[in-house]
Design a protein around this ligand. Structure first.
Ligand SMILES: C[S@@+](CC[C@H](N)C(=O)[O-])C[C@H]1O[C@@H](n2cnc3c(N)ncnc32)[C@H](O)[C@@H]1O
Length: 286
């Protein structure tokens, strides 16, 4: 058996704000033409399909099948300029600002770190909060180059890497803090296991892992009246979202015993705060 290669340096970074990206099919639609509007609406409202990435898109050759899905009912997912922009603009609004609070809370828990990674950074919201909390060195990693382009425009002080969270390419012990905001519920179980093992590898001993995810509370409403009495219109809104928005792996994520899972992967759990609509987890690498 061949030993795994030891990674000794950071992955090569590029300035994603300057990399030209190919148009994907949603970018080619002319929304003044009724037939294109119909194609676009079918994307929003129709059956979920596989994402089609242009052949010359960076990462097209390694993007796994589970990521090539129309998550969140977005036509072609976050694999077009148009949808990445829409996602970056609307996500926090649709979440009624809870994701902004979540990232501030994650970043505050990492404020004493010297080097942190925003894993599954999307358009860079958590990386921005990490910078704002005074962390000197902040990195971001995501699979979608369209989102990285937006993140890089927004945060010139952050280095962004395109890659998979299950094999980041960073050396062992590279960070003393890793944050993942709304990443794990998007992963099938084997990928989530691989991502957790990778976080354990790139965190230094004693390093912090902070996670924000949608809460299971609005996914498992057993007694509707009690739920509504407790959470009001906001609860009804998030329960409706949980029912409607396409999230192929969220059920598996909610069924996990997260404390046992983290402990088995070599983490000590400091906190697991299950609220509505969010859940926060804080763990330390053993
Ligand atoms: C729901 S979005 C959250 C984005 C961002 N963390 C935020 O707070 O806005 C999930 C992100 O994870 C990324 N992602 C999902 N699976 C990934 C994987 N295996 N490796 C890298 N990025 C991944 C997606 O491309 C997407 O940008």
């Amino acid at each position: 058996m061949r030993a795994a290669a030891v990674i000794v340096s950071d992955p090569i970074t590029v300035d994603w704000s300057r990399i030209p990206l190919p148009d994907a099919w949603p970018d080619e639609l002319d929304l003044r033409r009724p037939t294109h509007v119909v194609a676009y609406l079918r994307g929003w409202l129709g059956r979920r399909r596989q994402v089609v990435v242009p052949r010359d898109l960076p990462g097209a050759e390694w993007l796994p099948a589970y990521l090539r899905q129309e998550f969140h009912n977005l036509p072609n997912g976050v694999y077009s300029k148009r949808q990445a922009e829409a996602y970056a603009h609307w996500f926090d609004r649709v979440m009624l600002g809870h994701t902004l609070e979540a990232r501030a809370r994650l970043a505050a828990a990492l404020a004493d770190c010297r080097a942190t990674l925003d894993l599954g950074c999307g358009s860079g919201g958590l990386a921005a909060a990490m910078l704002a909390s005074g962390i000197p060195e902040v990195w971001g990693l995501d699979a979608s180059p369209y989102l990285l382009r937006i993140a890089a425009h927004r945060l010139p002080g952050v280095r962004f890497v395109q890659g998979l969270a299950e094999r980041t390419g960073f050396p062992a012990g590279r960070f003393d803090g890793v944050g993942a905001c709304f990443l794990f519920h998007e992963l099938p179980a084997p990928a989530a296991d691989a991502v957790l093992a990778e976080i354990h590898r790139i965190l230094a001993p004693g390093g912090h892992l902070v996670i924000a995810e949608p809460s299971p509370t609005q996914f498992r409403v057993r007694d509707r009246r009690r739920f509504l009495r407790r959470h009001g219109w906001r609860g009804a809104y998030f329960a409706l979202m949980a029912w409607w928005v396409y999230e192929p792996f969220v059920g598996g994520w909610h069924r996990r015993d997260v404390s046992a899972w983290l402990a088995a992967a070599g983490f000590r759990v400091l906190g697991d705060d299950v609220g509505m609509p969010l859940r926060f987890i804080h763990a330390v690498r053993g």
